[in-house]
Ligand binder design. Structure first.
Ligand code: FDA
Ligand code: NAD
Length: 426
Protein backbone atom coordinates (compact mmCIF):
# COMPACT_ATOMS: atom_id res chain seq x y z
CA UNK A 1 0.00 0.00 0.00
CA UNK A 2 1.42 3.43 -0.80
CA UNK A 3 0.55 7.05 -1.44
CA UNK A 4 2.53 9.87 -3.01
CA UNK A 5 2.53 13.56 -2.11
CA UNK A 6 4.53 16.51 -3.35
CA UNK A 7 5.10 17.77 0.20
CA UNK A 8 5.14 15.69 3.37
CA UNK A 9 5.62 17.03 6.90
CA UNK A 10 6.60 14.51 9.60
CA UNK A 11 5.39 15.69 12.98
CA UNK A 12 2.19 17.52 13.88
CA UNK A 13 3.33 20.16 16.35
CA UNK A 14 3.83 23.91 16.20
CA UNK A 15 6.23 23.93 13.25
CA UNK A 16 3.97 21.61 11.23
CA UNK A 17 0.91 23.80 11.85
CA UNK A 18 2.65 26.99 10.77
CA UNK A 19 4.19 25.28 7.73
CA UNK A 20 0.74 24.04 6.65
CA UNK A 21 -0.64 27.56 7.00
CA UNK A 22 2.18 28.96 4.88
CA UNK A 23 1.60 26.32 2.17
CA UNK A 24 -2.09 27.30 2.21
CA UNK A 25 -1.25 31.02 1.89
CA UNK A 26 0.98 30.21 -1.07
CA UNK A 27 -1.82 28.31 -2.80
CA UNK A 28 -0.97 24.64 -2.31
CA UNK A 29 -3.17 22.45 -4.51
CA UNK A 30 -5.59 19.94 -2.94
CA UNK A 31 -3.90 16.58 -2.41
CA UNK A 32 -0.32 17.90 -2.62
CA UNK A 33 0.43 18.21 1.11
CA UNK A 34 0.26 15.66 3.90
CA UNK A 35 1.10 15.85 7.62
CA UNK A 36 1.89 12.63 9.50
CA UNK A 37 1.71 12.98 13.27
CA UNK A 38 2.02 10.57 16.14
CA UNK A 39 -0.35 12.75 18.14
CA UNK A 40 -4.09 12.10 17.71
CA UNK A 41 -4.99 15.80 17.27
CA UNK A 42 -4.30 18.49 14.66
CA UNK A 43 -1.29 20.79 15.33
CA UNK A 44 -1.70 23.01 18.37
CA UNK A 45 0.14 25.73 20.28
CA UNK A 46 2.23 23.62 22.68
CA UNK A 47 2.98 26.52 25.13
CA UNK A 48 -0.65 26.37 26.30
CA UNK A 49 0.02 23.00 27.96
CA UNK A 50 2.02 24.43 30.87
CA UNK A 51 -0.16 27.54 31.25
CA UNK A 52 -3.87 27.79 30.35
CA UNK A 53 -4.28 23.99 30.19
CA UNK A 54 -3.42 23.60 33.89
CA UNK A 55 -5.66 26.33 35.28
CA UNK A 56 -8.11 25.18 37.97
CA UNK A 57 -10.92 27.36 36.56
CA UNK A 58 -11.93 27.38 32.88
CA UNK A 59 -8.79 25.63 31.63
CA UNK A 60 -7.87 25.95 27.93
CA UNK A 61 -8.97 22.94 25.89
CA UNK A 62 -8.82 22.13 22.18
CA UNK A 63 -10.00 23.34 19.74
CA UNK A 64 -9.28 26.73 21.35
CA UNK A 65 -5.49 26.59 20.90
CA UNK A 66 -4.91 24.94 17.56
CA UNK A 67 -2.26 26.67 15.43
CA UNK A 68 -2.16 29.55 14.46
CA UNK A 69 -3.98 31.30 17.33
CA UNK A 70 -0.60 32.04 18.93
CA UNK A 71 0.04 34.72 16.31
CA UNK A 72 -3.60 35.87 16.15
CA UNK A 73 -4.13 34.20 12.81
CA UNK A 74 -6.78 31.73 11.75
CA UNK A 75 -7.37 28.62 13.83
CA UNK A 76 -6.51 25.50 11.86
CA UNK A 77 -9.06 22.92 13.02
CA UNK A 78 -9.28 19.44 11.45
CA UNK A 79 -12.11 20.86 9.30
CA UNK A 80 -9.75 23.54 7.93
CA UNK A 81 -7.27 20.90 6.76
CA UNK A 82 -10.07 18.92 5.13
CA UNK A 83 -11.55 21.94 3.38
CA UNK A 84 -8.15 22.91 2.04
CA UNK A 85 -7.24 19.46 0.77
CA UNK A 86 -4.41 18.95 3.27
CA UNK A 87 -4.19 15.32 4.35
CA UNK A 88 -3.82 14.89 8.13
CA UNK A 89 -2.64 11.43 9.06
CA UNK A 90 -3.00 11.49 12.84
CA UNK A 91 -2.15 9.00 15.57
CA UNK A 92 0.45 7.54 13.23
CA UNK A 93 4.16 7.29 13.89
CA UNK A 94 6.67 7.31 11.06
CA UNK A 95 8.75 4.23 11.75
CA UNK A 96 11.50 4.65 9.19
CA UNK A 97 12.64 7.00 6.46
CA UNK A 98 14.71 6.40 3.36
CA UNK A 99 15.94 9.74 2.04
CA UNK A 100 17.59 8.14 -1.00
CA UNK A 101 14.31 6.58 -2.15
CA UNK A 102 12.25 9.52 -0.77
CA UNK A 103 9.91 7.23 1.14
CA UNK A 104 8.57 6.92 4.67
CA UNK A 105 7.15 3.85 6.34
CA UNK A 106 4.46 4.40 8.95
CA UNK A 107 3.73 2.22 11.97
CA UNK A 108 0.46 1.21 10.26
CA UNK A 109 2.50 -0.27 7.40
CA UNK A 110 1.82 2.41 4.80
CA UNK A 111 4.59 3.64 2.51
CA UNK A 112 4.39 7.34 1.73
CA UNK A 113 6.59 8.97 -0.87
CA UNK A 114 7.41 12.63 -1.24
CA UNK A 115 9.14 15.10 -3.49
CA UNK A 116 9.96 17.43 -0.59
CA UNK A 117 10.08 16.36 3.04
CA UNK A 118 9.86 18.69 6.03
CA UNK A 119 11.05 17.13 9.28
CA UNK A 120 9.21 18.72 12.22
CA UNK A 121 9.50 15.93 14.78
CA UNK A 122 10.33 18.21 17.71
CA UNK A 123 11.80 16.63 20.79
CA UNK A 124 11.03 14.21 23.59
CA UNK A 125 11.27 14.84 27.31
CA UNK A 126 14.31 13.29 28.96
CA UNK A 127 13.26 10.53 31.33
CA UNK A 128 14.52 9.82 34.84
CA UNK A 129 15.50 6.32 33.75
CA UNK A 130 18.20 7.92 31.63
CA UNK A 131 19.74 9.13 34.91
CA UNK A 132 19.36 5.73 36.57
CA UNK A 133 16.23 6.53 38.62
CA UNK A 134 13.19 4.23 38.30
CA UNK A 135 9.65 5.56 38.53
CA UNK A 136 8.32 5.80 35.01
CA UNK A 137 5.40 3.47 35.77
CA UNK A 138 4.17 5.38 38.81
CA UNK A 139 0.84 7.03 38.02
CA UNK A 140 1.65 10.16 40.04
CA UNK A 141 4.96 10.96 38.28
CA UNK A 142 4.31 13.35 35.40
CA UNK A 143 6.25 14.70 32.43
CA UNK A 144 5.01 17.43 30.14
CA UNK A 145 5.60 17.39 26.42
CA UNK A 146 2.34 16.64 24.67
CA UNK A 147 -1.40 16.74 25.14
CA UNK A 148 -1.53 13.23 26.64
CA UNK A 149 1.05 14.29 29.25
CA UNK A 150 -0.95 17.47 30.01
CA UNK A 151 -4.16 15.46 30.45
CA UNK A 152 -2.42 13.11 32.79
CA UNK A 153 -0.90 15.98 34.77
CA UNK A 154 -4.28 17.73 35.04
CA UNK A 155 -5.93 14.46 36.18
CA UNK A 156 -3.25 13.72 38.78
CA UNK A 157 -3.55 17.29 40.13
CA UNK A 158 -7.29 16.86 40.41
CA UNK A 159 -7.11 13.46 42.08
CA UNK A 160 -4.59 14.70 44.67
CA UNK A 161 -6.68 17.82 45.30
CA UNK A 162 -3.79 19.79 46.72
CA UNK A 163 -1.08 18.24 48.91
CA UNK A 164 2.66 18.02 48.39
CA UNK A 165 4.08 18.35 44.90
CA UNK A 166 7.77 17.93 44.15
CA UNK A 167 9.03 19.45 40.91
CA UNK A 168 12.34 18.20 39.56
CA UNK A 169 14.23 20.62 37.29
CA UNK A 170 14.66 24.38 37.50
CA UNK A 171 14.22 25.16 33.79
CA UNK A 172 11.16 26.24 31.82
CA UNK A 173 8.94 23.25 32.64
CA UNK A 174 9.93 23.27 36.31
CA UNK A 175 9.22 26.97 36.76
CA UNK A 176 5.98 27.06 34.77
CA UNK A 177 4.60 23.86 36.33
CA UNK A 178 5.56 24.97 39.85
CA UNK A 179 3.50 28.13 39.31
CA UNK A 180 0.55 26.12 37.98
CA UNK A 181 0.75 23.74 40.95
CA UNK A 182 0.67 26.66 43.40
CA UNK A 183 -2.38 28.05 41.61
CA UNK A 184 -3.92 24.59 42.09
CA UNK A 185 -3.23 24.86 45.85
CA UNK A 186 -0.29 22.45 46.14
CA UNK A 187 2.64 22.85 48.54
CA UNK A 188 5.46 22.93 46.02
CA UNK A 189 9.13 22.07 46.43
CA UNK A 190 11.39 22.70 43.45
CA UNK A 191 14.59 20.64 43.28
CA UNK A 192 17.45 21.22 40.83
CA UNK A 193 21.19 20.62 40.65
CA UNK A 194 22.31 24.15 39.81
CA UNK A 195 22.78 27.14 42.15
CA UNK A 196 19.86 29.06 40.60
CA UNK A 197 16.68 28.59 38.59
CA UNK A 198 16.67 29.00 34.77
CA UNK A 199 20.44 28.60 34.53
CA UNK A 200 20.46 28.57 30.72
CA UNK A 201 19.19 32.16 30.54
CA UNK A 202 18.74 34.05 33.79
CA UNK A 203 21.56 35.97 35.45
CA UNK A 204 21.85 35.22 39.16
CA UNK A 205 20.21 38.58 39.89
CA UNK A 206 17.17 37.82 37.73
CA UNK A 207 17.01 34.28 39.14
CA UNK A 208 17.02 35.61 42.68
CA UNK A 209 14.12 37.94 41.91
CA UNK A 210 12.16 34.98 40.56
CA UNK A 211 13.08 32.71 43.46
CA UNK A 212 12.04 35.36 45.98
CA UNK A 213 8.74 35.83 44.17
CA UNK A 214 8.10 32.06 44.14
CA UNK A 215 9.02 31.83 47.82
CA UNK A 216 6.48 34.56 48.55
CA UNK A 217 3.92 32.19 46.96
CA UNK A 218 5.03 29.40 49.30
CA UNK A 219 7.39 27.51 46.97
CA UNK A 220 10.47 25.91 48.61
CA UNK A 221 13.72 25.66 46.66
CA UNK A 222 16.24 22.87 47.15
CA UNK A 223 19.29 23.62 45.04
CA UNK A 224 22.54 21.88 44.25
CA UNK A 225 21.17 18.35 44.47
CA UNK A 226 19.34 15.75 42.43
CA UNK A 227 16.89 13.00 43.20
CA UNK A 228 18.31 9.52 43.59
CA UNK A 229 15.20 7.36 44.19
CA UNK A 230 11.51 7.27 45.05
CA UNK A 231 9.58 5.57 47.86
CA UNK A 232 6.45 3.78 46.63
CA UNK A 233 3.27 2.58 48.34
CA UNK A 234 1.70 -0.82 47.66
CA UNK A 235 -0.25 0.63 44.70
CA UNK A 236 3.03 1.62 43.04
CA UNK A 237 2.45 5.31 43.66
CA UNK A 238 5.31 7.52 44.70
CA UNK A 239 5.03 8.67 48.32
CA UNK A 240 8.40 10.40 48.76
CA UNK A 241 11.41 11.63 46.83
CA UNK A 242 14.91 10.84 48.10
CA UNK A 243 17.63 13.32 47.28
CA UNK A 244 21.38 12.84 46.95
CA UNK A 245 21.95 15.13 49.94
CA UNK A 246 20.16 12.51 52.08
CA UNK A 247 16.88 14.35 52.56
CA UNK A 248 13.43 12.84 51.91
CA UNK A 249 10.51 14.90 50.62
CA UNK A 250 6.97 13.57 51.07
CA UNK A 251 5.17 13.70 47.71
CA UNK A 252 1.58 13.27 46.57
CA UNK A 253 2.75 13.93 43.03
CA UNK A 254 5.96 14.63 41.14
CA UNK A 255 6.55 16.67 37.97
CA UNK A 256 9.75 16.16 36.03
CA UNK A 257 11.26 18.75 33.64
CA UNK A 258 14.89 17.83 33.11
CA UNK A 259 15.36 18.81 29.48
CA UNK A 260 14.71 17.34 26.06
CA UNK A 261 16.35 15.44 23.21
CA UNK A 262 15.48 16.22 19.59
CA UNK A 263 13.70 13.43 17.69
CA UNK A 264 16.39 12.77 15.08
CA UNK A 265 16.56 8.97 15.15
CA UNK A 266 14.76 8.45 11.79
CA UNK A 267 17.61 10.27 10.07
CA UNK A 268 20.74 9.24 11.98
CA UNK A 269 23.29 8.09 9.41
CA UNK A 270 21.28 9.66 6.56
CA UNK A 271 21.51 13.41 7.26
CA UNK A 272 24.29 15.53 8.75
CA UNK A 273 23.68 16.33 12.42
CA UNK A 274 24.94 19.21 14.56
CA UNK A 275 24.18 20.37 18.13
CA UNK A 276 22.07 17.26 18.60
CA UNK A 277 19.76 18.20 15.72
CA UNK A 278 19.50 18.00 11.94
CA UNK A 279 21.89 20.50 10.41
CA UNK A 280 20.25 22.81 7.87
CA UNK A 281 21.35 25.84 5.87
CA UNK A 282 19.70 29.28 5.76
CA UNK A 283 16.95 27.79 3.57
CA UNK A 284 16.24 25.19 6.30
CA UNK A 285 17.51 22.56 3.85
CA UNK A 286 19.41 19.57 5.22
CA UNK A 287 22.40 17.75 3.73
CA UNK A 288 19.86 16.03 1.44
CA UNK A 289 18.43 18.64 -0.96
CA UNK A 290 14.86 17.23 -0.75
CA UNK A 291 14.74 17.24 3.05
CA UNK A 292 14.13 20.35 5.18
CA UNK A 293 14.05 20.53 8.99
CA UNK A 294 12.34 23.06 11.27
CA UNK A 295 11.55 23.61 14.94
CA UNK A 296 13.23 21.98 17.93
CA UNK A 297 14.83 19.29 15.74
CA UNK A 298 16.70 21.70 13.44
CA UNK A 299 20.14 23.25 13.95
CA UNK A 300 20.25 26.33 11.72
CA UNK A 301 22.65 29.23 11.14
CA UNK A 302 21.58 32.04 13.46
CA UNK A 303 23.12 34.84 11.40
CA UNK A 304 23.03 37.54 14.05
CA UNK A 305 25.01 35.31 16.42
CA UNK A 306 27.25 33.92 13.68
CA UNK A 307 26.69 30.32 14.82
CA UNK A 308 24.62 27.27 14.05
CA UNK A 309 22.16 26.75 16.90
CA UNK A 310 19.22 24.61 17.83
CA UNK A 311 16.53 26.70 19.53
CA UNK A 312 13.79 25.15 21.63
CA UNK A 313 11.20 27.91 21.47
CA UNK A 314 7.91 28.48 19.74
CA UNK A 315 8.67 31.71 17.85
CA UNK A 316 11.65 30.09 16.18
CA UNK A 317 9.54 27.04 15.20
CA UNK A 318 6.83 29.26 13.70
CA UNK A 319 9.18 31.51 11.72
CA UNK A 320 11.46 28.70 10.52
CA UNK A 321 8.36 26.84 9.31
CA UNK A 322 7.22 29.79 7.23
CA UNK A 323 10.74 30.26 5.92
CA UNK A 324 11.18 26.63 4.86
CA UNK A 325 7.93 26.71 2.91
CA UNK A 326 9.00 29.94 1.17
CA UNK A 327 12.36 28.36 0.34
CA UNK A 328 10.70 25.23 -1.09
CA UNK A 329 8.02 26.99 -3.11
CA UNK A 330 9.95 30.10 -4.22
CA UNK A 331 13.66 29.31 -3.82
CA UNK A 332 14.87 32.08 -6.11
CA UNK A 333 12.99 34.73 -4.11
CA UNK A 334 13.95 33.45 -0.66
CA UNK A 335 17.09 34.76 0.98
CA UNK A 336 18.69 33.04 3.96
CA UNK A 337 16.74 32.95 7.24
CA UNK A 338 17.86 35.85 9.39
CA UNK A 339 16.33 35.15 12.77
CA UNK A 340 16.52 37.17 15.98
CA UNK A 341 16.14 34.62 18.81
CA UNK A 342 13.09 35.39 20.94
CA UNK A 343 12.12 33.57 24.14
CA UNK A 344 9.41 34.41 26.68
CA UNK A 345 7.54 33.04 29.65
CA UNK A 346 4.57 33.93 31.82
CA UNK A 347 4.05 32.71 35.39
CA UNK A 348 1.76 34.06 38.10
CA UNK A 349 1.54 37.81 37.39
CA UNK A 350 5.09 37.88 35.99
CA UNK A 351 6.18 37.83 32.38
CA UNK A 352 9.41 38.43 30.53
CA UNK A 353 10.79 38.56 27.00
CA UNK A 354 14.32 37.96 25.83
CA UNK A 355 15.88 38.74 22.46
CA UNK A 356 19.27 37.84 20.98
CA UNK A 357 22.12 36.11 22.74
CA UNK A 358 22.96 35.97 26.45
CA UNK A 359 26.73 36.13 25.95
CA UNK A 360 29.30 38.56 27.32
CA UNK A 361 29.09 41.14 30.08
CA UNK A 362 25.72 41.68 31.78
CA UNK A 363 24.34 45.16 32.43
CA UNK A 364 21.28 45.14 34.68
CA UNK A 365 18.84 48.01 34.69
CA UNK A 366 15.59 49.09 36.33
CA UNK A 367 14.14 48.50 39.74
CA UNK A 368 14.58 44.91 40.94
CA UNK A 369 12.22 45.71 43.81
CA UNK A 370 9.50 46.75 41.36
CA UNK A 371 7.66 45.22 38.45
CA UNK A 372 9.93 46.36 35.57
CA UNK A 373 13.62 45.59 35.23
CA UNK A 374 15.95 43.96 32.79
CA UNK A 375 19.40 43.26 31.48
CA UNK A 376 21.51 43.81 28.40
CA UNK A 377 24.37 41.57 27.33
CA UNK A 378 27.35 43.33 25.77
CA UNK A 379 29.76 41.10 23.86
CA UNK A 380 32.97 42.36 22.25
CA UNK A 381 31.71 45.94 22.40
CA UNK A 382 28.24 45.28 20.93
CA UNK A 383 24.84 44.92 22.56
CA UNK A 384 23.83 41.35 21.66
CA UNK A 385 21.00 40.45 24.03
CA UNK A 386 18.16 42.06 25.99
CA UNK A 387 15.87 40.81 28.73
CA UNK A 388 12.89 42.70 30.09
CA UNK A 389 10.52 41.76 32.90
CA UNK A 390 7.09 43.37 33.13
CA UNK A 391 7.40 45.48 29.97
CA UNK A 392 4.70 47.08 27.83
CA UNK A 393 4.32 46.14 24.17
CA UNK A 394 6.16 49.34 23.19
CA UNK A 395 9.04 48.52 25.55
CA UNK A 396 9.32 44.93 24.32
CA UNK A 397 9.29 46.16 20.70
CA UNK A 398 12.04 48.63 21.60
CA UNK A 399 14.36 46.00 23.11
CA UNK A 400 13.70 43.70 20.12
CA UNK A 401 14.54 46.44 17.59
CA UNK A 402 17.61 47.55 19.52
CA UNK A 403 18.95 44.02 19.81
CA UNK A 404 18.36 43.43 16.10
CA UNK A 405 20.49 46.55 15.34
CA UNK A 406 23.35 45.22 17.51
CA UNK A 407 24.53 48.73 18.47
CA UNK A 408 28.14 49.41 19.41
CA UNK A 409 28.52 50.14 23.13
CA UNK A 410 31.50 52.31 24.00
CA UNK A 411 30.52 53.02 27.57
CA UNK A 412 28.91 50.22 29.59
CA UNK A 413 28.41 52.50 32.62
CA UNK A 414 26.44 54.90 30.43
CA UNK A 415 24.30 52.01 29.12
CA UNK A 416 23.60 51.03 32.70
CA UNK A 417 22.66 54.59 33.58
CA UNK A 418 20.27 54.89 30.62
CA UNK A 419 18.77 51.44 31.20
CA UNK A 420 15.55 50.85 29.32
CA UNK A 421 15.78 54.45 28.05
CA UNK A 422 18.65 53.34 25.82
CA UNK A 423 16.40 50.89 23.89
CA UNK A 424 13.57 53.43 23.76
CA UNK A 425 15.84 56.03 22.22
CA UNK A 426 17.49 53.86 19.55
P1 FDA B 1 6.60 19.90 18.64
O1 FDA B 1 7.05 19.15 19.83
O2 FDA B 1 5.65 21.02 18.81
O3 FDA B 1 5.98 18.87 17.60
C1 FDA B 1 6.62 17.69 17.22
C2 FDA B 1 5.58 16.74 16.68
O4 FDA B 1 6.20 15.65 16.01
C3 FDA B 1 4.69 16.10 17.75
O5 FDA B 1 3.37 16.16 17.34
C4 FDA B 1 5.18 14.65 17.80
O6 FDA B 1 4.21 13.75 18.22
C5 FDA B 1 5.53 14.45 16.34
N1 FDA B 1 6.45 13.33 16.04
C6 FDA B 1 7.69 13.11 16.57
N2 FDA B 1 8.24 12.00 16.02
C7 FDA B 1 7.34 11.52 15.13
C8 FDA B 1 7.33 10.41 14.24
N3 FDA B 1 8.35 9.56 14.15
N4 FDA B 1 6.22 10.21 13.48
C9 FDA B 1 5.16 11.07 13.55
N5 FDA B 1 5.13 12.14 14.36
C10 FDA B 1 6.20 12.36 15.13
N6 FDA B 1 8.29 27.95 23.86
C11 FDA B 1 8.19 29.29 24.01
O7 FDA B 1 8.86 30.03 23.28
N7 FDA B 1 7.36 29.83 24.94
C12 FDA B 1 6.60 29.06 25.76
O8 FDA B 1 5.89 29.57 26.62
C13 FDA B 1 6.70 27.64 25.63
N8 FDA B 1 5.98 26.82 26.43
C14 FDA B 1 6.10 25.45 26.31
C15 FDA B 1 5.36 24.64 27.15
C16 FDA B 1 5.49 23.26 27.07
C17 FDA B 1 4.69 22.39 28.00
C18 FDA B 1 6.38 22.68 26.13
C19 FDA B 1 6.54 21.19 26.06
C20 FDA B 1 7.11 23.50 25.29
C21 FDA B 1 6.96 24.89 25.36
N9 FDA B 1 7.69 25.74 24.53
C22 FDA B 1 7.57 27.10 24.65
C23 FDA B 1 8.55 25.19 23.48
C24 FDA B 1 7.80 25.08 22.15
O9 FDA B 1 6.52 24.54 22.37
C25 FDA B 1 8.58 24.22 21.18
O10 FDA B 1 9.79 24.89 20.89
C26 FDA B 1 7.79 23.96 19.91
O11 FDA B 1 6.64 23.21 20.19
C27 FDA B 1 8.63 23.25 18.87
O12 FDA B 1 7.84 22.93 17.78
P2 FDA B 1 8.12 21.63 16.90
O13 FDA B 1 7.03 21.58 15.88
O14 FDA B 1 9.53 21.60 16.50
O15 FDA B 1 7.94 20.41 17.91
P1 NAD C 1 15.33 23.01 30.40
O1 NAD C 1 16.50 22.66 29.58
O2 NAD C 1 14.75 24.36 30.35
O3 NAD C 1 15.68 22.75 31.94
C1 NAD C 1 16.14 21.52 32.37
C2 NAD C 1 16.50 21.64 33.84
O4 NAD C 1 16.58 20.33 34.34
C3 NAD C 1 17.86 22.25 34.16
O5 NAD C 1 17.79 23.62 34.29
C4 NAD C 1 18.19 21.59 35.46
O6 NAD C 1 17.72 22.39 36.52
C5 NAD C 1 17.38 20.34 35.48
N1 NAD C 1 18.12 19.08 35.49
C6 NAD C 1 18.94 18.58 34.54
N2 NAD C 1 19.35 17.35 34.90
C7 NAD C 1 18.77 17.07 36.09
C8 NAD C 1 18.78 15.96 36.95
N3 NAD C 1 19.50 14.87 36.71
N4 NAD C 1 18.03 16.02 38.07
C9 NAD C 1 17.30 17.11 38.34
N5 NAD C 1 17.24 18.18 37.54
C10 NAD C 1 17.97 18.16 36.44
O7 NAD C 1 14.23 21.88 30.04
P2 NAD C 1 12.74 21.73 30.53
O8 NAD C 1 12.43 22.68 31.61
O9 NAD C 1 12.54 20.26 30.76
O10 NAD C 1 11.92 22.18 29.26
C11 NAD C 1 11.78 21.28 28.16
C12 NAD C 1 11.63 22.03 26.87
O11 NAD C 1 10.42 22.75 26.84
C13 NAD C 1 12.73 23.01 26.59
O12 NAD C 1 13.04 22.88 25.24
C14 NAD C 1 12.11 24.34 26.82
O13 NAD C 1 12.67 25.34 25.99
C15 NAD C 1 10.67 24.07 26.45
N6 NAD C 1 9.77 24.96 27.19
C16 NAD C 1 9.87 26.30 26.95
C17 NAD C 1 9.06 27.16 27.63
C18 NAD C 1 9.20 28.63 27.35
O14 NAD C 1 9.93 29.00 26.44
N7 NAD C 1 8.49 29.49 28.09
C19 NAD C 1 8.16 26.69 28.56
C20 NAD C 1 8.07 25.32 28.80
C21 NAD C 1 8.90 24.47 28.09
Amino acid sequence: MGRAFVYVIIGGGVAAGYAAHEFFKRGVTHGELCIISEEPVAPYERPALSKGYLLPEAPARLPSFHCCVGTNEEKLTPKWYKENGIELILGTRVKSADVRRKTLLTATGETISYKYLIVATGARALKLEEFGVNGLDATNVCYLRDLADADRLANVMQSCGGGNAVVIGGGYIGMECAASLVINKFNVTLVFPEAQCMPRLFTSKIASYYEDFYQSKGVKFIKGTVLTSFDFNSDGQVTAVNLRDGSKLPADMVVIGIGIRPNTSLFEGQLTMEKGGIKVNGQMQSSNASVYAIGDVAAFPVKIVGETRRLEHVDSARKAARHAVAAITEPEKTSDFDYLPFFYSRVFTLSWQFYGDNAGEVVHFGDFAGPTFGAYWVNKGYLVGSFLEGGTKEQYDAIACTTRLKPKIDDVAELERQGLGFALSV
